[in-house]
Design a binder for this molecule. Structure first.
Ligand SMILES: [Zn+2]
Ligand SMILES: [Zn+2]
Length: 267
């Protein structure tokens, strides 16, 4: 996707900047709230991340969303309602739009992502989905999307098996589980640095369960790159509305991410 930048330009207004980690912004999922008051640490994690990272073999602290997103937005339609978007040039294939966003972001922020992993990625994985209400109708959009990005396709391997119906229900209820994803041919991930690509981060149940399976099978580092982190500005917590307001007030650009944003560590 050499022309990813030009292709994605018309969809830029659909994206919202993701705040860097700082007090009030969860250091895993980059939305609010964190529980800094409970942990006493410089930057806490939110209640949702606290739930989805416990009782696992391991989890990743490194989650990089490209955009924040609310329900009833065009990005939500694209990712969740699976609508092929209409741009200035007519209707676009949604996998092409996602691939353009992923490709442009990845190439622009490869140093940010590799820095979190402690070195160049050796493997790329996607998370197989399974709708518990329609078993057998698995929908692997990100596998298709990664296949359109040469730099990621080169490193992609089918590292994670689709969860069975029981675990699909657990994940759909936003609970993580260390056995939700199985890794075929155990032991092949020896010290791998894995870029885990997914479309949507809601609670982190899928990402963290997948990270746990990869780490249990030998991965040295797992960095999750997700298209969008869903945020609920109507939440009663004292952070989400403020984070969303701030995000809407800053223009989105692919030139910065939540890792290299110069506002990182600010008050
Ligand atoms: Zn969080
Ligand atoms: Zn960056």
């Amino acid at each position: 996707m050499a022309d990813a930048e030009a292709f994605i330009r018309e969809f830029l207004p659909w994206f919202r900047p993701v705040p860097p980690t700082r007090p009030g912004v969860c250091r895993i999922c980059h939305s609010g709230p964190n529980n800094v008051g409970d942990t006493g640490g410089p930057w806490g994690i939110c209640v949702s991340c606290k739930c989805t990272t416990k009782n696992l073999y391991g989890h990743t602290q490194q989650v990089v969303p490209i955009s924040l997103m609310t329900k009833n937005s065009q990005l939500y339609d694209l990712l969740v309602r699976r609508t092929d978007p209409r741009g200035a040039g007519g209707r676009r294939n949604r996998a092409d739009v996602l691939a353009a966003a992923l490709s442009h972001f990845y190439h622009r922020h490869i140093q940010c992502l590799e820095g979190l992993a402690g070195g160049p990625f050796t493997l790329v994985a996607t998370i197989p989905s399974n709708n518990p209400e329609a078993p057998g109708k698995a929908f692997h959009i990100m596998w298709q999307v990664v296949g359109k990005v040469a730099a990621l396709k080169r490193l992609w391997q089918p590292l994670l098996l689709e969860p069975d119906t029981t675990f699909a229900r657990v994940l759909a209820a936003r609970h993580s589980h260390r056995d939700a994803f199985q890794v075929p041919r155990a032991g092949r991930l020896d010290r791998a640095r894995v870029l885990l690509v997914d479309d949507l981060f809601v609670s982190g149940a899928h990402v963290q369960s997948a990270a746990s399976a990869l780490i249990e099978n030998g991965a040295a580092a797992v960095v999750a790159l997700v298209i969008a982190r869903l945020i609920n500005p109507a939440s009663k917590d004292p952070y989400s509305a403020g984070i969303w307001k701030e995000s809407c007030e800053r223009p989105f650009t692919f030139d910065r991410c939540c890792v290299c944003d110069p506002a990182r560590g600010g008050a």
